[in-house]
Design a protein around this ligand. Structure first.
Ligand code: SGN
Ligand code: CA
Length: 548
């Protein structure tokens, strides 16, 4: 499957020559703002000190918040990678841009905002994780990771060629971003999409950060040991429990030096003898665990492997000594998960800071709109989960920080509802380019220009729709509405279940009130609003299968 997508990418190479010929010759008389769009993969607000994280310090990212605006309520339309990216580029919901789930290939003949900026005289670049199957269109320069990409010694697909780099992916992506800026055409404003793989599963830290949290004990979420009482089938039947769905080698890195060395001696075909077949079924097949892990481990240099073994041999020894069971095992796994995930976050933080320093050095920092976000949120042990996909707040909400001192008051905070649907219209608005009528998001400028305060007419509810089922982590299909106070979700396909949460009384979404008598007027009112939003966003047959 992965190979198929990569080959497909290569087939599209022909298209590139076309786009790079469509250079715009526009010279800028009035200087337009540059745009740097920074997006990480699976980085959630619980792991950002600007949002009050008790887990980690992120001074590089906090700098954007301190000098710009922090959004407390930015939500995604569909909390999984490809769909989020397609929504951001097109300004449209998944059912309209066609990319409802990660298995689909993005139809690159669609209008995406970077193309419009390019036509308006911007120099455009796409660097890092792309994950849309087809070749990027509308960029003067692109260097993307094929599929999910690799943490160590990553390959890139760069303006039509495959290149293999040395080093750690977050550092390499930043080097490429700085390289693009160094070589840019100084007569044009630039729009650079700079997207990290980190801190995506399987959470492999930079060699310099291996073991950095080994003496830290992280606070646990209150609902780490959630028993799913008062919740429906979807919450219970997923496959993203820290307790049962984390793999010993792939996720927890529980392979000793001796085991790793003996795997190294096996011919590669033996290691991968089972690694074939349907993608998502593999996903839930732990027999591939060691082989998959060995593949990514074996990309390290010899010196890196020495360091790796030192750090993880200690973990293996601790595991064998403690031999934790039941709740203790979940709590132990959670600590290891946080050690690795947060070390990946640190690599992002350092590199974003490095990029900001570079922009400052070249005198472009204050003339650049800098956006920091993630493709969605993530569960860090809440409900006992890892991964995302659910409309529950931890995965549905995404971080959003914006710095642009010419219009944004430093240190401002917005509580208004923003969405990843709004990013494209916002950039077009700042660049003075007409926002196409069929884009469904709205420009965030009224909030950004007004210290985060929303005008009376601002949206009071957000609409969500998730499709990827059956698939990785087996989260059932659902759609729903969130207002400031409530959330109503409908799980469909192989179930027909509703959930209602009172976000004020129950922000952790532990108690489904859908069948509670007192709340029936609320349910009725929310269902009406939900239908209105479905009409507005043209998702009027939400339970019909969407084909691409
Ligand atoms: C991989 C991960 C999943 C993850 C999906 C989608 N498994 O398949 O845990 O949900 O990506 O992530 S892994 O075993 O390969 O790590 S997404 O960010 O691309 O949507
Ligand atoms: Ca993601």
């Amino acid at each position: 499957m992965l190979l198929k997508r990569f080959l497909l990418l290569l087939v599209f190479v022909g298209g590139i020559t076309l786009t790079s010929c469509q250079q715009s010759n526009t010279k800028q008389s009035v200087k337009k703002p540059n745009i740097v769009f920074i997006m990480t993969d699976d980085h959630t607000i619980q792991a950002m000190s600007a949002y009050g994280s008790k887990l980690v310090k992120t001074p590089g990212l906090d700098r954007i918040a301190k000098e710009g605006m922090l959004f407390n309520n930015c939500f995604v339309t569909n909390a999984v990678c490809g769909p989020s990216r397609a929504t951001i580029l097109t300004g449209k919901y998944s059912h309209l841009n066609g990319l409802t789930d990660n298995s689909k290939v993005f139809d690159s003949t669609q209008v995406i905002y970077p193309q419009l900026l390019k036509k308006a005289g911007y120099q455009t670049a796409m660097i890092g994780k792309w994950h849309l199957g087809s070749t990027p269109m509308g960029f003067d320069y692109y260097s993307i990771l094929p599929n999910q990409g690799q943490y160590y010694q990553p390959e890139f697909f760069e303006n039509g060629k495959v290149v293999k780099e040395k080093g750690y992916v977050t550092d390499v992506i930043t080097d490429k971003a700085i390289g693009f800026l160094e070589k840019r055409d100084h007569d044009k404003p630039f729009m650079m999409i700079y997207q990290h793989k980190a801190p995506h599963r399987n959470w492999l830290p930079a060699p310099r950060h291996l073991g950095m949290f080994d003496n830290t004990v992280f606070p646990e979420p209150d609902n780490l040991l959630d028993d799913f009482k008062n919740r429906g089938k979807a919450a219970k039947e997923q496959l993203m429990n820290i307790s049962t769905d984390m793999w010993e080698a792939w996720d927890l890195k529980l392979l000793s030096s001796a085991q790793l060395d003996s795997m190294g001696k096996l011919p590669i075909e033996t290691i991968f003898k089972d690694a074939k077949g349907d993608d998502y079924k593999q996903a839930n097949d732990p027999t591939l665990d060691k082989a998959r892990f060995y593949e990514v481990y074996n990309r390290m240099t010899d010196a890196e492997k020495v360091k790796w073994k030192k750090v993880y041999d200690k973990r293996v020894a601790e595991y064998r000594k403690l031999n934790p069971k039941g709740a203790d095992l979940v709590r132990w796994k959670y600590q290891q998960y946080m050690r690795d995930y947060l070390a990946c976050v640190v690599s992002v933080d350092e590199n974003v800071n490095r990029l900001m320093d570079y922009l400052e050095k070249i005198g472009e920092l204050d003339n650049t709109i800098i956006v920091y976000t993630s493709d969605q949120g993530f569960f860090l042990g809440e409900h006992g989960y890892f991964d995302k996909r659910f409309m529950y707040d931890e995965s549905f909400r995404t971080p959003l920080l914006v710095r642009y001192p010419k219009s944004i008051k430093a240190g401002s905070v917005s509580n208004a509802f923003a969405m990843n649907l709004d990013f494209a219209p916002t950039f077009l608005d700042y660049a003075g380019v007409k926002i196409p009528d069929d884009m469904q998001g709205v420009s965030l400028r009224p909030l950004l220009d007004n210290a985060g305060k929303a005008p009376e007419t601002w949206r009071k509810a957000v609409y969500y729709h998730y499709y990827e089922y059956p698939s990785w982590h087996m989260v059932k299909r659902h759609y729903g509405i969130r207002t400031e106070r409530y959330k109503l979700i409908h799980f469909y396909n192989d179930v027909d279940e509703w959930e209602l949460y009172d976000m004020q009384k129950d922000p952790k979404e532990m108690n489904n009130l859908y069948n509670n008598k007192t709340y029936q007027p609320v349910v009725k009112e929310l269902k009406e609003q939900l239908v209105k939003l479905q009409k507005q966003y043209k998702d009027t047959n939400p339970t019909e299968a969407v084909t691409n």
